[in-house]
Design a protein around this ligand. Structure first.
Ligand code: MG
Length: 387
């Protein structure tokens, strides 16, 4: 029996690479649902090839357009909006839901899928950042798994396999440092959007590339690690590793450090999540160690990249605070991309928003959505007043 897969965000970078992996293993997997939001032309191609039963787009208009483009060739149901996303996330026959939509939009479909006991392969880190506590609790209750499709967390998952939890001394998350790591604090003030988008090692979407430049991406990954592996924040460390080949490490109580090393290729963590707990062959490019020659590691400077500090703080304050951190960050990044605020205003805006929030503990889904909404509104106000 082939495993039935739903992909939320199939036209994005992770979605495309997931389909690439599935295509290579069409005897193992079958695509039953795809969501592509606005990019109906691309979605149409994917539908023609993979023949899912359901597709989801942004709204009624995009649904009509897709229907017309498909010219009734496929026997397919087209849904739209968040309701549509939820419907394919809880599709009865689906075995694995791959969640790869940018931002907090991933939260509701992920939550509903987990509540139905679906196994999740999660690329949208925002969902677990804002609602990690709730998602993990629900997943446990329903015996559902949430596996990471994030290179760092996939690495940690691999290092922790067959290890006892109390053997872990700390998790060491590696960070490339992003596009701007070597700049001075003053130079960081005058960074352009183009500079910040110029990531040295990974080719990714805009939001996560800016998050890499501010190092917020690593901050979000600290929160992600806490929930994926149930490890307290003080046992999660970050080191700068410019080559990005060591995807992350775990240090054990006997001083041993295990690392997962490989090419910059997201298809590897995608494949690992889809086949978990097994490993399977592939013909992706191999890392040639002698060609690389060197792997280097550097300290991370919290003062230069305050977003990391804010993420640790949000995790420590707990409850709804990570949702506020994330909501404010999404607004700030968007404002920076639109040239409304400067690069160094990003952490400032998040900090100011967090300062005004009193976190609610053991939040339910509505508390989290409320905190997210509030943070966005508040951050938008701040955007008007900073430059
Ligand atoms: Mg990552």
């Amino acid at each position: 029996m082939r495993k039935k897969i739903v992909i939320l965000g199939s036209t994005g970078s992770i979605g495309q690479q997931t389909l690439e992996v599935i295509r290579k293993y069409s005897n193992e997997f079958e695509v039953v649902g795809l969501s592509g939001w606005e990019n109906t032309t691309f979605l149409k191609e994917q539908i023609s090839f993979f023949k899912p039963k359901i597709a989801v787009v942004k709204n009624e208009n995009t649904a009509k357009k897709l229907e017309k483009d498909l010219n009734n060739l496929n026997d397919i149901k087209i849904l739209w909006g968040i309701d549509g996303l939820v419907k394919i996330s809880i599709l009865e026959e689906a075995d694995i839901i791959v969640v790869a939509i940018t931002g907090v939009a991933s939260l509701i479909p992920t939550y509903e899928a987990v509540k139905q006991g679906k196994n999740i392969a999660l690329a949208s880190k925002e969902a677990i950042v804002v609602a990690g506590e709730l998602l993990v609790k629900e997943a446990k209750l329903r015996n559902a798994s949430i596996l990471p499709i994030d290179s760092e967390h996939s690495a940690i998952l691999q290092c922790l396999k067959n290890e006892k939890k109390d053997s872990v001394e700390k998790i060491i998350l590696t960070a490339s440092g992003g596009a701007l790591y070597n700049l001075t604090e003053t130079a960081l003030n005058n960074v352009s959007v183009e500079d910040a988008l110029n990531h040295p090692t990974w080719k990714m979407g805009k939001k996560v590339t800016i998050d890499s430049a501010t190092l917020m991406n690593k901050g979000l990954e600290v929160i992600e690690a806490k929930w994926f592996f149930n490890i307290p924040a003080n046992k999660i460390e970050i080191v700068i590793h410019p080559q990005s080949h060591v995807h992350s490490m775990v240090q054990f109580i006997d001083g041993t450090i295990l690392a997962q090393i490989g090419e910059h290729d997201m298809r590897i963590p995608i494949q690992y999540a889809l086949f978990y707990p097994n490993r399977t062959t592939n013909n992706f490019p191999r890392l040639e160690l002698t060609k690389i020659g060197q792997l280097t590691f550097k300290k991370v400077y919290f003062d230069k990249f305050p977003c990391i500090k804010l993420a640790y703080q949000a995790l420590e304050l707990g409850g709804t605070m990570p949702a506020v951190l994330n909501g404010a960050n999404e607004i700030a990044v968007n404002a920076f991309l639109n040239n409304q605020i400067s690069f160094s205003s990003i952490p400032l805006l998040i900090k100011n928003t967090m300062k005004e929030h009193k976190p609610k503990h053991n939040p339910n889904i509505n508390d989290i959505l409320d905190a997210d909404y509030w943070a966005r509104e508040r951050a938008l106000d701040f955007c008007m007043n900073v430059k």
